[in-house]
Design a protein around this ligand. Structure first.
Ligand code: NAP
Length: 654
């Protein structure tokens, strides 16, 4: 059955198609027409140079036009009511589609993951209440309503699992709620830095903090999960009661009222980068003026005409400095090491109306645009981060490809500095690119050339009155001191007391060797406790943490489903020590061959013992398959509750 043509929509389509990303449009065509000719050699897109959308796909103009014309025809038919001919390509076909669209070899293991992100995997469906057998009284506590906790709540609700989300702030969003510094924004493109199940009409390719925060608030309303969230409430401790097979979660409200909530399962979604790390600089706490961590930017602070000092030059500083440089009298940046920052032509640019139309209205367009980004910004560079033990220049790079990356970035920095080549030594890192988290350049190098910006490489000795005094005795007098020294990413789960089986505190367990968990999610001694964004799951090689968190939430949901299927009433699942140890040995072995254990540089990925605790050494698809192939076989399972081990009554205290 066909419907009346929507002339306005068709006119918008005509206006938008010239701006289409042709490799993405090819995928749309394949779905809509089912014609495999769109996978033939003639339409093979070329390799993408650097990080770029590669809109033309490298195809000759007449082929690009042919694709647009065919897409127009197919979309007219679709809009008139004709369903897609190929809504559900097979796994092999999805891999072939990826290869054609990104113009390079993509591992065959990508297929099932691409299928899941396109919404073809039923396990990832939001609404599956019919699939879960939830006994009366079963309750889950989620700690945190940030990006991870929100996702967990949406999935738990969809599974019909009663739960409470405990959130210390008065709103959802976590890091996006807290970080309000000027210029705050995401440096992963938003079309991947968003949930696969909750698309948005982004106004910028890399949105600023306000739009991202508004997205998470809107999602919490869209999925109606706010009713599960207790705002202004902090978790003080979670203590496991072995006899009852339950957790006692002590929470305190902002007003001071404290109580204990009993939970069959606890999911920690406290995030990785939210405990500010202040440097141990003598006198810092006596600075004569506003002095604060970047994540605690004071509301309404007026920086106009002020002399500002910034300590650190990581992702936060790199956004703050270019944002305030035109406003302030001067900025002095105290940097300990130099930073690599990559160019991306569309960074922080608005998404043109034509592209927004395609991303919003055209079927399969946004999911495939997203797929391409996920490859371009992430796993594509994984191979280049493996150390070549024979490489002759280990100081500057780790292998031939990494060296080529270095050449590209050096060339870029030189161009950005223009006539101020004298600054090259101040900004050019002496360690291999990607050794620290690769930053996105939003004008950092150009800002360094401004007359009112100064980079200081001498270490800080102390803070005295209104001056930062460097080790050589020079006093740098300023009005405002912004501390951009990052977050405590190595002492995971430090914001509450976690006590597992036999009174075992996670700190005693982890402090000696560093945080470890199986798949970053479960750790022995802590039954029915799962972590999101846990150890060794950060994406050091780029990509979207949101997609990673969705994978982890799906993993936790699959464990819960399996346990509920088996248990009926009451269960205890605890990861097996041997499985956990084997996995972590594999993690460290893989890291031993990768860039983040490279000597001669520091990064927030390693702990005091030099063990890499934050990033994963694995590609996204590897991790995705590990979580899909795991299950209760990797856990010790205790089912049912003895009559004499009924859970303790919920303890309440004033
Ligand atoms: P960061 O990347 O850890 O950078 C900290 C900076 O402070 C580094 O320059 C570091 O120098 C310096 N520093 C640390 N301790 C110091 C000390 N005692 N004395 C002097 N300098 C010191 O922190 P961040 O910029 O807050 O970013 C943290 C992470 O948050 C990022 O990597 C990213 O994952 C996330 N983030 C993302 C965005 C985004 O998406 N746009 C924005 C902000 C943050 P060294 O390099 O020598 O250690």
């Amino acid at each position: 059955m066909t419907s009346k043509p929507d002339t306005q929509w068709l006119a918008q389509l005509d206006a938008a198609l010239p701006a289409a990303n042709v490799p993405t449009l090819l995928m749309v065509l394949l779905h809509l027409t089912g014609d495999r000719k769109w996978l033939s050699e003639r339409y093979q897109c070329t390799h993408i140079r650097g990080i770029d959308d590669h809109d033309s796909g490298g195809l000759p103009p007449e082929v690009q036009q042919e694709v647009r014309t065919a897409a127009r025809e197919a979309l007219h038919a679709w809009k008139a009511g004709q369903p897609a001919a190929l809504p559900d390509p097979g796994i092999d076909e999805l891999v072939e589609m990826m290869r054609r669209s990104v113009g390079e070899e993509v591992p065959a293991s990508y297929g099932p993951m691409v299928g899941a992100w396109l919404g073809l995997d039923p396990a990832f469906r939001i609404d599956q209440a019919d699939a879960y057998r939830v006994p009366a009284g079963f309750h889950v506590v989620v700690i945190g309503a940030g990006v991870a906790g929100l996702c967990a709540s949406i999935r738990l609700q969809g599974a019909g699992i009663p739960h409470t989300v405990i959130e210390k702030n008065g709103e959802v969003g976590g890091t996006w709620y807290e970080n309000r510094y000027p210029g705050a924004g995401v440096d992963t493109p938003n079309h991947i830095y968003s949930y696969s199940f909750a698309r948005a009409d982004w106004s910028r390719y890399f949105a600023l903090r306000e739009e991202i925060q508004a997205y998470f608030v809107e999602v919490s309303h869209r999925f109606n999960v706010r009713r599960h969230i207790r705002f202004h409430t902090s978790v003080e401790s979670a203590v496991y009661d072995e006899r009852a097979m339950r957790w006692a979660v002590r929470v305190t409200e902002a007003g001071g009222k404290s109580e204990v909530i009993a939970a069959n399962v606890v999911i920690s979604a406290v995030g990785l980068l939210n405990v500010p790390k202040m440097p141990a600089i003598p006198g810092l706490d006596t600075f004569d003026g506003p002095c604060f961590h970047s994540a605690r930017w004071p509301e309404g602070l007026d920086v106009r005409g002020k002399r500002v000092a910034v300590i650190g030059n990581g992702a936060s500083a790199m956004q703050i400095v270019p944002a305030i440089a035109p406003l302030v009298a001067s900025i002095t940046v105290f940097q300990r090491s130099r930073q690599w920052a990559a160019p991306f032509e569309r960074f922080q640019k608005p998404v043109p109306e034509a592209a927004r139309f395609l991303l919003r209205e055209v079927p399969y367009y946004q999911p495939w645009y997203r797929q391409r980004l996920a490859w371009i910004f992430n796993d594509r560079i994984h191979a280049s981060l493996q150390v070549d033990p024979q490489w002759a220049h280990p100081q500057r790079s780790i292998n031939h490809r990494n060296d080529k990356h270095r050449e590209f970035f050096v060339d870029y920095v030189r161009k950005e500095l223009g006539e101020r080549q004298d600054l090259l030594q101040d900004v050019l890192p002496d360690y291999p690119p990607f050794g620290k988290r690769m930053l996105m350049d939003n004008g950092w190098f150009r800002t360094a050339t401004r007359d009112n910006v100064r980079i200081v490489n001498t270490g800080i000795g102390k803070v005295d009155g209104n001056a930062v005094v460097t080790a050589d005795g020079t006093r740098h007098e300023v009005d405002i001191l912004v501390v951009c020294t990052g977050f405590d990413a190595v002492n995971l789960l430090s914001s509450f007391r976690l006590v597992g089986r036999g009174g075992r505190n996670v700190r005693d367990h982890w402090d000696a060797h560093g945080a470890q968990a199986y798949l970053g999610v479960a750790t022995p001694g802590f039954p029915n406790f799962f972590m999101l964004a846990g150890p060794n799951t950060a994406l050091g090689h780029g990509g979207s943490v949101v997609a990673l968190l969705e994978t982890q939430v799906q993993y936790v949901m699959s464990l819960l489903k399996a346990a509920l299927d088996e248990a009926g009433d009451g269960f205890e699942v605890e990861v097996r020590q041997d499985v956990h140890d084997r996995y972590n040995a594999r993690v460290q072995e893989a890291h031993g061959r990768m860039i983040w254990t490279h000597k001669g540089m520091s990064n927030w990925y390693r702990n005091a013992q030099g063990r890499v605790v934050a990033p994963t050494p694995f590609r996204n698809d590897d991790y995705w398959h590990m979580t899909r192939n795991s299950g209760l076989k990797d856990f010790m399972v205790r089912l049912g509750r003895d009559e004499d081990t009924e859970p303790q009554a919920v303890e309440r205290a004033a």
